[in-house]
Design a protein around this ligand. Structure first.
Ligand code: LMR
Length: 393
């Protein structure tokens, strides 16, 4: 009977991973999927993670079920990491989920159950899985302007004018920091303006936070989000530990919901338990317990902080190096915007044809919209990329 199934469109980023793996050219450069790589091209297991895993292997006495919301120490620790210890401690509920995608998925299910006519506003452009998931779940979505190709920065006026059309109880999906795919971050003042709009028009912000620590710092990257948490009556956060703990394949994420109304919190928590039971029962424990071990041990936490800082410095170094190499190779300031962006991604502003040429003629892989994963570069490939781009322009 399964012959009745329809062909599904491939996810561009995942399809690119397959294409790269099948390319036999030794010089190939992978700037596709958002995974940090060190100078040797390896995605290392963080030292703090290794130590926490060793501790857990020794101390863990059972593999029995934990609970439908997962490890609640992990949930609390993630709330503290994202929103600080002091902020509205009693006014949130949350659940562990399999990665940022799992967290988003469960919160989308809750939003759809609460209001089947909901519209979710997503940035143009955004991570391609946002519209794909919403389409899959039958949730209406609309785009708001976010990025101007001409200026290489945020089109904030366009964004606000599009969002002015959002209705009461619509949801606005924001990237917490290090916007994927553009790398263009909202300023704290812009976060405040969006919070005011949410307050005035009763729009619910949903923040996808996948890169905390990769922009300006663990605290700095969530300044806007923390202010929003203090301003709006209702806030949803879907956070991932894939990148900042390097736990990609372990699938570690958290879904948080903030509200001052205790009844709504309890209802939300019960609904999170229910959707978890109905989708995967219990979220996978290992990675989340590794994270909570790190966050609650001062030594491990200090090690981890340092490692995140090293990753951030290395990405910034490569980002600025690429900007300079492109300036030299193209003899222009066309790519100066790279220096303004934050995190792993930026788009080079190339056409689909130019992206294809880079892949075919230079074995350089990037997403079709010319998004590059800066963390996939190294000292050598920065120049390889810059020279190849100069050739195909
Ligand atoms: C990316 O955008 O490359 C990452 O978030 C990985 C993914 O799942 O797409």
């Amino acid at each position: 009977m399964l012959e009745l199934l329809k062909e599904q469109p491939a996810d561009n980023i995942i399809a690119l991973m397959g294409q790269f793996a099948n390319d036999n050219r030794e010089t190939k450069v992978d700037l596709g999927v958002g995974v940090y790589k060190n100078q040797s091209g390896v995605t290392p297991i963080m030292g703090a993670v290794k130590k926490a895993q060793a501790l857990l292997l020794e101390s863990q006495v059972s593999k029995s079920y934990v609970g439908l919301l997962g490890n609640l120490d992990f949930v609390q620790s993630m709330k503290n990491l994202i929103l600080s210890d002091s902020l509205r401690s009693e006014n949130f509920v949350g659940a562990q989920a399999p990665g940022g995608t799992g967290s988003l998925h469960q919160m989308f299910l809750l939003l759809r159950a609460a209001n089947p006519n909901i519209t979710v506003w997503i940035s143009s452009p955004t991570w391609p899985n946002h519209p794909s998931m919403l389409r899959h779940l039958g949730i209406e979505f609309r785009y708001y302007r976010y990025f101007s190709e001409e200026t290489g920065s945020i089109d904030f006026d366009g964004m606000m004018s599009d969002l002015a059309e959002a209705k009461c109880n619509d949801v606005i999906l924001l990237h917490g920091c290090c916007h994927n795919p553009t790398g263009a971050n909202l300023s704290v003042g812009e976060w405040d303006s969006i919070s005011q709009l949410c307050l005035k028009n009763e729009i619910i912000p949903l923040v996808d936070l996948a890169y905390q620590g990769f922009g300006d710092g663990l605290e700095e990257d969530v300044l806007g989000l923390r202010r929003m948490a203090g301003l709006v009556p209702e806030l949803i956060i879907a956070a991932s530990c894939s990148k900042n703990f390097g736990l990609y394949r372990d699938r570690v994420g958290v879904a948080l919901y903030l509200n001052e109304n205790k009844k709504v919190l309890s209802l939300t928590s019960d609904n999170l338990k229910s959707v978890n039971r109905l989708t995967y029962s219990f979220p996978p424990d290992w990675g989340a317990t590794v994270v909570s071990t790190i966050l609650n041990d001062s030594g491990l936490r200090a090690d981890w902080n340092e490692e995140v800082q090293d990753i951030r410095s290395s990405i910034t170094h490569l980002r600025l190096g690429l900007r300079d190499a492109l300036k030299r190779a193209t003899n222009s300031d066309r790519f100066a915007f790279l220096g303004e962006h934050k995190g792993m991604f930026s788009r080079l502003g190339l056409t689909k044809g130019q992206v294809d040429l880079l892949r075919k003629d230079h074995a350089i892989y990037m997403v079709g919209d010319s998004r590059i994963n800066i963390a996939g570069l190294n000292e050598k490939s920065v120049n390889v990329l810059a020279n190849a781009v100069a050739k195909i322009l």
